[in-house]
Ligand binder design. Structure first.
Ligand SMILES: C[S@@+](CC[C@H](N)C(=O)[O-])C[C@H]1O[C@@H](n2cnc3c(N)ncnc32)[C@H](O)[C@@H]1O
Length: 353
């Protein structure tokens, strides 16, 4: 199986290189309005943002920043197929402007923007960021009533483009082979994720930590899970705020194609320097999933439960009928092509070779 991954250095308020109805899933994390690290970026996109911040008008700045994101959401409605899913990772911002502290509810504003564009909201996920607990309450003291709760969660807002779900031909292999294990389903479809850090590998190189901080990269598990949950093999995943390319890496590992837009060329260059690591990463992720499944099977049996079915492609049992056809993918080879990469995928074998 072959997938194509295109990455453009450019402004995603105009996605004209992406055809109408050509993307099955969006997974992205925009710059969060009213988080200081993104002030300059938003002010470059619209000078009114800088003016509002300077004059101390937080509400106007918040709205002007979201107006820039709205232009990207307009494009998503066009490029996403009917029934396609958009997963938007966003956190709220707390900030003092002119000595007045408040929360700027980015998730609520993004939700409103999608609904007004004809997307239907689906149940969302909260994921809990591990934070440095020693420092987190500093300054809030222990006197009522003027301390504030520390925000330690972000949202993955989930929307469907239009009213109807996508349909597939009966018994479509690319859907059935992309099934996930029952115990993965139980973890992934829980609405609070507390286990997303460091579970799976990502691209690592000298300076990668600094680069990931500068782009506020999300952990690999976030896009990887969402891609496995909401798309089938061979689908195309769009990330209009590509950053260090975590979504594309996850799409490659998960046997999906991708397309990304990013303003900063340096991020694309860094991704390209590590591209040879992707086959090894994809294989270790597939192997880790199989291994975790086998441990689950052992524990499940040790508790006295019976597994009714055998997997077709792996020497293991599974809980449900639908899991029998699971066939994980690994990246066999990657070739650089115009605007991106062509990736050859093979089914992940069962052995240790
Ligand atoms: C929160 S970061 C995304 C991080 C990414 N998920 C990762 O794992 O590295 C947002 C990214 O969007 C980019 N960006 C912001 N506005 C953009 C725009 N209008 N067009 C394209 N890229 C944009 C920023 O440069 C930044 O890298």
């Amino acid at each position: 199986m072959e997938t194509i991954h295109r990455v453009f250095v450019g402004d995603s308020r105009d996605l004209s290189a992406v055809a109408d109805d050509s993307v099955e899933l969006v997974v992205t994390s925009p710059p969060y309005p009213m988080i200081e690290m993104w002030d300059d970026l938003f002010a470059d996109l619209d000078p009114a943002v800088g003016d509002a911040l300077e004059s101390g008008d937080g509400r106007v700045a918040f709205e002007a920043m979201h107006a820039q994101l709205d232009r990207v959401w307009d494009e998503l409605e066009r490029v996403l197929v009917d029934g396609g899913i958009a997963c938007i990772n966003v956190g709220d911002a707390t900030r003092s402007i002119d000595d007045s502290f408040r929360v700027y509810p980015n998730h609520a504003r993004v939700l409103e923007a999608f609904e007004s564009r004809g997307f239907d909201p689906l149940p969302d996920v909260l994921w809990r960021k591990p934070t440095n607990s020693a420092a987190k309450f500093m300054g809030s003291g222990t006197l009522p009533p003027n301390a504030y709760v520390t925000l330690e969660h972000e949202y993955v807002l989930v929307f469907r483009n239009g009213k109807e779900s996508r349909s597939f031909e009966p018994r479509a292999d690319r859907r059935y082979e992309a099934a996930y294990f029952w115990e993965e389903r139980n973890r992934w479809f829980t609405d609070v994720w507390t286990d997303v850090r460091g579970e799976l590998q990502t691209l690592e190189f000298e300076g990668s930590e600094e680069l990931r901080e500068r782009s506020a990269a999300y952990p690999f598990e976030i896009p990887y899970r969402l891609i496995c949950m909401y798309s089938a093999y061979g689908d195309t995943v769009l990330d209009p705020f590509w950053g260090t390319g975590t979504t594309t890496l996850a799409a490659m590992c998960a046997g999906r194609g991708s397309v990304g837009y990013e303003l900063e060329e340096a991020f694309l260059e860094a991704f390209d320097r590590q591209i040879d690591d992707v086959p090894g990463i994809s294989r270790s992720i597939g192997r880790a999933r199989l291994e975790a499944h086998r441990s689950f099977v052992e524990e499940y049996r040790a508790e006295g439960s019976t597994l009714e079915y055998d997997a077709e492609y792996y020497d293991t049992s599974v809980v449900t009928k639908m899991e029998r056809s699971i066939r994980l993918r690994e990246v066999e080879s990657i070739e650089t092509v115009a605007d991106g990469y062509r990736v050859e995928h093979e089914p992940l074998s069962d052995g240790d070779e």
